[in-house]
Write a protein that binds this ligand. Structure first.
Ligand SMILES: [Zn+2]
Length: 769
């Protein structure tokens, strides 16, 4: 028979119970014992859901209080000394590495380990951080063994999930001041894996899922060549260890097929057939004669119902080659990246809800597909018919298809991606009309979101105040921030964004083609969850989205007002995109909607417009080559399409929350934004050298102080920073601004910091008259 399997389940719980419990623990409102109990309760609940859905192979050790990579860091003792010297309880040491710990009364002040995005998802993992003489030690009761036993006691036989040794090291880095190449420590780490596998086998585990997702990357030769000896060693344990299912996901592994061929003695290989269905043939051909294929056909990264017909076809193809006993039906990746269950959505309208599938529903899908292949379609006729109906309804729905949008896309010309004149002409006109001084000062967009703003927004959402009352409140907020900016003597003002809840949701709510959930939370990092809007159909803008507030602000402002928009790529990347049309099509639709908004802002007297694209870089495909080149082309095109509808005198800004442009510079330059602000305050000013080397002619605001800390930078500090920047940038190129939006700051420190910033700018104006 064809077995069904899940690679990992979301941990948060139906009502984000894990978030609530960990945050209560951090706030000293929940005991350690109760926190651990809540974790156990959630694990059990999630195993039962999968069991009830009919899943044959249920994962354990996919749970984590903060992050699964951090679990491994602790389990293998890869703990820098700064976290061990205070004798913290294991769980506190764990959280200290994940989120830092400050206890001044006990003399504890440690920052967190570095956290970065997990492949191309919006999940963040904690980076293993190694010392030059790194040693490893397996923890006394390894978590995978404990959780396997816990499930077993509840009558559920699970397949433990562990991160493979090569990926664990390849995803790590040397600690500050250290120079170790993490992969060089593999020989020292492997005995711990051997020990762990033996313990799992002794506890009764028959199979184990070992994730080696780095196989989807272009690998350095040292990493690539590490696989064969490592898995020969683990494979040599024979019946002393569980059978190994090696899992890859988020991309194809065909470029590393020689690695797979060297792993033929492993029990099974899992591949992602949602992202790369075309790899099926080559991977099955590379399998050993007994080796099993785990076919990931249910998307772990999205919220769409699986097309049963297509998925079954893929599995059937594999079965024809390998036979039923050598194929497992699985999710493409862990379901960590999908919300918990559709059952909590009470407000979604029935038509749309019928197209979605969250983690609980996806578990049933996996079971249904396996049954259809094992017992034949008749065994699940009802499910197949209902599914075909949903697919049909979605494909033909008016909500998916908007003829006007499609026609407009056909009329997009190359010319529409270009500003009227090149930068030198534009900047000359902008200087004339905007009349800005040298070293112009501005902020990145948002001002502190005070408690009062959240209270009023909440009241408005609940209907406790009228739209008019809310609008009056927003106007008053705008008046206040304009007054503050006048007092600070900034040069380009912003309206402060008091009306915005979130930089993507706010636009999604004003566009046709989007849907929203009440409870569609997914873990972003630690206890932080996000609720991405969902692109359900062709996107269009029924009415202006931000013009009212910006126009009002411009009308009462004595200085140029900057309009604030979220760019097309960020709107798309931070939503659940459609899976039925290419993302470039969706990006272009967003770009056209934003183009109209940009032009409307200009008509309303807003002549400086910032279009933010913080997600541009994270959308970069994982491997270099054609896919990446294609992405950059359509991503850059969509930004240009959104911003090129204006006159020469209108100034387009863009902001990026990072500063390392080395591998990405030409894409940033190709945006042709008049002014670029970047997050350089914490980085070495040397990074700016790339702008010199590439003879970048446009204006740049590298961020003169770090807004992520409440610390107030002194005027001298900012001056030093600017002087440093002037070693690389021309004085007429340089804008003076903080390094990001000020939404999360308090007013008191914001005013003090901006006062010092404006004074520093004035000092340089006097130096370069
Ligand atoms: Zn930023």
């Amino acid at each position: 028979m064809v077995q069904s399997s899940i690679l990992g389940f979301p941990r948060m719980g139906a009502n984000r119970e894990l978030k609530k419990a960990t945050e209560a623990y951090w706030a000293d409102k929940l005991s350690q014992e109760d926190l651990l109990k809540e974790g156990k309760r959630l694990r059990l609940e999630h195993w039962k859901i999968q069991k009830d859905a009919g899943i044959d192979i249920i994962p354990s050790n996919d749970f984590a209080f903060y992050d699964q990579v951090l679990d491994h860091i602790q389990m293998f003792g890869v703990i820098p000394e700064r976290y061990t010297k205070n004798n913290l309880a294991p769980i506190d040491q764990y959280f200290a590495m994940g989120r830092g710990l400050q206890k001044p009364d006990q003399g504890i002040d440690v920052p967190s380990l570095e956290m970065v995005k997990w492949f191309d998802s919006n999940y963040h993992y904690v980076k293993p951080t190694l010392q030059d003489n790194q040693t490893f030690k397996l923890s006394e009761n390894p978590k995978p063994v404990v959780e396997f036993k816990e499930a077993k006691e509840a009558g559920i036989n699970t397949r433990p999930v562990i991160l493979g040794p090569v990926s664990f090291l390849a995803l790590g880095k040397a600690d500050r001041g250290q120079s170790i190449e993490p992969i060089s420590a593999l020989d020292k780490l492997l005995p711990l894996y051997e020990d762990l596998l033996k313990q799992l086998k002794a506890a009764g585990a028959e199979t184990v899922q070992i994730d080696e997702p780095v196989l989807v990357f272009d690998l350095q030769s040292e990493i690539k060549s590490a696989f064969k000896p490592a898995y020969e060693k683990l494979g040599a344990l024979g019946s002393a260890a569980p059978k190994i299912v090696l899992a890859t996901y988020f991309g194809d592994v065909v470029h590393n097929i020689d690695v797979l061929k060297s792993l033929q003695s492993l029990y099974a290989i899992h591949i992602d057939l949602v992202r790369n269905p075309e790899q099926l043939d080559e991977v099955t051909a590379a399998l050993g004669s007994q080796q099993v294929l785990s076919a990931g056909v249910v998307d772990g990264r999205n919220i769409w119902k699986t097309n049963f017909k297509k998925a079954i076809e893929v599995v059937e193809t594999a079965v024809q080659k390998l036979g039923k006993d050598r194929v497992i039906v699985a999710t493409s990746s862990s379901l960590l990246h999908t919300p918990h269950s559709l059952d909590s959505e009470k407000k979604l309208d029935a038509e749309i809800a019928d197209w979605f599938s969250f983690a609980v529903q996806k578990a049933s899908e996996v079971a249904t597909i396996a049954k259809a292949v094992t017992d034949g379609p008749a065994a699940v006729r009802e499910q197949l018919e209902a599914n075909a109906k949903s697919m049909q309804s979605r494909a033909s729905s008016k909500r998916t298809n908007n003829q006007t949008v499609k026609e407009r896309q056909q009329k997009v010309t190359e010319q529409m991606h270009n500003r009227l004149a090149p930068f030198p002409t534009r900047i000359a006109e902008q200087e004339k009309s905007l009349k800005l001084p040298k070293f112009p000062t501005t902020t990145i967009g948002s001002f502190p979101q005070t408690k009062e703003i959240r209270i009023q927004r909440n009241k408005f959402t609940k209907g406790e105040i009228t739209a008019e009352e809310y609008e009056k409140f927003i106007e008053k907020e705008i008046q206040d921030v304009i007054k503050i900016q006048e007092e600070l003597d900034l040069d380009v003002f912003v309206h402060g964004e008091p009306e915005r809840n979130d930089m993507v949701q706010y636009f999604g709510e004003r566009l046709d083609g989007y849907a929203f959930t009440q409870n569609g939370w997914v873990q972003s990092y630690g206890s932080r969850c996000v609720r991405p809007p969902i692109v359900v159909g062709d996107i269009s803008r029924p009415a202006p989205m931000t013009v009212k507030e910006s126009k009002y602000a411009a009308s009462i402002s004595p200085r140029p007002m900057k309009g604030m928009l979220t760019g097309p790529i960020t709107c798309l990347r931070w939503s659940f995109p459609r899976d039925d049309v290419h993302q470039s099509v969706q990006a272009q639709q967003l770009a056209l909607a934003l183009r109209d908004e940009v032009v409307d802002l200009e008509k309303a007297g807003v002549y400086v417009i910032q279009v933010d694209e913080p997600a541009l870089r994270e959308g970069l495909p994982l491997r270099s080559g054609k896919e990446r080149t294609d992405y950059l082309k359509w991503a850059v095109d969509s930004f240009r399409l959104a911003t090129s509808g204006v006159q020469n005198g209108t100034q387009i800004h863009s902001h990026f929350c990072y500063s390392e442009f080395q591998d990405f510079f030409y894409a940033i330059a190709a945006l042709d934004a008049d002014v670029l602000s970047i997050e350089n305050s914490k980085s070495d000013a040397k990074l700016l050298k790339v702008f010199v080397d590439e003879a970048y002619p446009r204006h740049i605001g590298p961020g003169v102080y770090d807004i992520h800390s409440p610390r107030i930078p002194s005027e001298q500090e900012i001056k030093d920073r600017i002087a440093e920047m002037l070693k690389y940038l021309k004085p007429e190129q340089l804008w003076i601004d903080p390094d990001c939006g000020l939404k999360t700051r308090q007013w008191k420190e914001t005013k003090a910091a901006l006062t010092n910033m404006v004074n520093a700018a004035k000092y340089f104006r006097s130096q370069y008259p």
